[in-house]
Design a protein around this ligand. Structure first.
Ligand SMILES: C[S@@+](CC[C@H](N)C(=O)[O-])C[C@H]1O[C@@H](n2cnc3c(N)ncnc32)[C@H](O)[C@@H]1O
Length: 294
């Protein structure tokens, strides 16, 4: 299947019901059509910076910019609109990978994070997504990359945060000297998450698909039930599907009509499926490290 990316000024609704909207177009243009303060939480993974197009001669595919500076600017344009449409108590979770050119890491995630700070976003957490099933590396002079970053940005220091929704029950329980369980509500998760990549259920898609576990904790913690979760690069629809499953509303944007057609099908299939229990915020493919690795 080829992916069709449409041009900047075309925005159309591919799907809409009470809880979910899918909008087709360039994220920068579509976001401008949303009103201020309508989103509680954004969770997204933009296309990585590759300097090339995955999809033919279309002109607004983010990631295909000729220079890194243009790529950062493109993500800053999205970040600026996200700031406007996010409620004052809202959050923005951004997953980005780095790129190595001529044996040198470009530092892309942090460059983008600093661009977000310029806009007004505050960096609340920097999560290391450790990928245990990383790609083997035959290099003789550098380590095998096995992680990506996930930034949590907030608009204000009083951002909404439901820690009880993400506490990790100790297993086995940790008993204090007085015979009382320490941290009975469970411990606060660390900022190192070990999550396996899921096999793509959309093999024709040239982009990486989010593991559901990666978006579940952000949504539980930073979007109240009934609130709205946005993904401006929704791709195969992972963020939207998890949001709906957790009792939130979802707005998904993508420049690819084919991706949105797949997402629509996935949403219709998943609708009505109950949320997984609070005690298991991560699915079975996930192990969570408790200690900091840095
Ligand atoms: C890394 S993928 C997102 C994958 C998604 N997290 C998932 O679980 O499937 C990036 C997506 O951005 C879309 N995209 C590329 N340029 C875009 C643009 N200018 N506006 C909106 N979407 C764009 C691509 O079509 C692709 O689906």
């Amino acid at each position: 299947m080829g992916l069709t990316v449409i041009t900047f000024d075309v925005v159309s609704s591919v799907f809409a019901n009470r809880d979910c909207r899918l909008l087709l177009g360039d994220a920068r243009g579509v976001l401008r059509t949303l009103v201020d303060d309508c989103v509680d939480c954004t969770v997204t993974s933009p296309p990585y910076y590759s300097g090339r197009r995955h999809v033919g001669d279309t002109i607004h595919e983010i990631g295909s910019e000729k220079t890194l500076e243009e790529y950062v600017d493109a993500l800053a344009s999205v970040g600026r609109e996200l700031y406007r449409v996010t409620r004052p108590t809202g959050s923005y979770w951004l997953n980005l990978d780095d790129k190595c050119e001529r044996k040198e890491w470009l530092g892309i995630p942090w460059r983008v994070a600093f661009a977000m700070r310029e806009i007004g976003w505050k960096i609340r957490s920097e999560v290391i997504w450790h990928k245990p099933d990383h790609v083997p590396n035959a290099a003789k002079d550098r380590l095998t990359p096995a992680h990506e970053l996930l930034f949590h940005f907030v608009k204000s220091k009083d951002a909404y945060y439901d820690m009880d929704a993400i506490r990790k029950p100790p297993s086995p329980p940790i008993w204090g000297t007085n015979g009382v369980v320490k941290a009975p509500g469970g411990s606060v998760p660390t900022d190192v998450w070990t999550i396996q990549m899921e096999d793509s259920n959309f093999p024709e898609n040239p982009y990486a698909v989010f593991p559901e576990a990666l978006v579940e904790l952000p949504i539980r913690a930073t979007c109240p039930r009934g609130g709205t979760v946005l993904d401006p690069f929704v791709g195969s629809g992972t963020t939207a599907v998890v949001a709906l499953r957790l009792g939130r509303k979802a707005v998904g944007i993508d420049a690819s009509a084919d991706c949105l057609a797949f997402t629509k099908k996935r949403i219709l299939e998943f609708s009505g499926q109950p949320a997984t229990p609070r005690q298991a915020p991560f699915n079975r493919a996930v192990k969570v490290s408790h200690g900091r690795m840095r």
